[in-house]
Design a protein. Structure first.
Length: 284
């Protein structure tokens, strides 16, 4: 990625975003695993601004979660932050801002294992929020899994029996789902509608349990013979697994000309971390 150009594609106030043809389809591209490095010239001013914009988004989401806000409140806050800091004049500009800001901050947070861990954790949270917000249908989610070559095994019809239904129901009940809602959705999903219309509560994909450690740790998935049966509403975990396996060891080396700016950006996290530890000590 080069940073020596003179153009700045983000122009005009963010409040006047154009509504483009196929807008929803384009915005679904914001749910990404960032597998393609951007290659364009940008100014140093834009380099710093995009990094700070994404940092404000990630820290804003983190702070809302630390305050114990509900999932709906965190989702709403994330939308506000993304609109305020990374929204472009067009959908194309928004995608550009997102891609560049991700890789610039990824570069800035490659300094230490602690910084890399913080960055990956916060990006995973942003990914989950976007997955839930922008991929709302079974078809959207299936296309995302296919586009990113995420591995899973479809649960064959021969495996869908009363025992499986009962086991998945017990898992969902333990998560606070209402029993009658679970039974109705499972039954309608499996027996009355085609695969593309399967509701969120149907476990129609299975993966080795180690691929979804977040679901296993939180007891949000049914396990059998080393396989985790993943519901539609939890498919984001397959993307999280891919992120955690690949990103932690793939951080770019920074150009020496950018070293002072990169160091300045990462130090913002170090100072914040030290401040939090000092505050805890004072109140302990």
């Amino acid at each position: 990625m080069q940073f020596l150009g003179s153009t700045d594609a983000r122009v005009g106030p963010r409040s006047t975003v154009k509504k483009e043809e196929g807008e929803h389809s384009t915005r679904r591209n914001l749910v990404t695993l960032y597998t393609e490095l951007p290659s364009e010239d940008i100014t140093l001013d834009e380099f710093e601004r995009l990094a700070l914009d994404r940092l404000r988004v990630l820290k804003g989401i983190e702070e809302f979660k630390l305050r114990g806000k509900s999932d709906a409140e965190v989702q709403s806050r994330a939308n506000e932050l993304l609109t305020k800091h990374l929204e472009g004049a067009t959908n194309k500009d928004t995608l550009r801002n997102d891609q560049l800001s991700h890789y610039i901050l990824r570069l800035s947070y490659s300094k230490t294992p602690e910084l890399r861990k913080w960055f990956v954790t916060q990006e995973c949270e942003l990914f989950k929020l976007r997955f839930s917000e922008l991929l709302q249908t079974a078809d959207d989610k299936a296309k995302f899994l296919e586009r990113n070559n995420l591995e899973y095994t479809p649960v064959p019809d021969s495996e869908i029996n009363k025992e499986l239904l009962h086991s998945v129901t017990m898992v969902l009940k333990s998560m606070g789902e209402k029993a009658e809602v679970i039974q109705d959705q499972l039954a309608s999903g499996i027996y009355k509608v085609p695969f593309q219309m399967v509701p969120d509560l149907v476990a129609n994909r299975k993966v080795p349990f180690q691929m979804v450690p977040d679901l296993v740790a939180n007891r949000k998935v049914f396990l059998k013979a080393g396989q985790a049966y993943v519901c539609q509403k939890d498919l984001a975990s397959l993307g999280l697994s891919d992120i955690n396996r690949k990103w932690r060891d793939i951080f770019p080396d920074s150009d020496q000309r950018l070293a002072p700016m990169v160091a300045s950006l990462s130090q913002r996290q170090d100072k914040r971390h030290n401040y939090r530890n000092t505050s805890k000590d004072r109140h302990s």
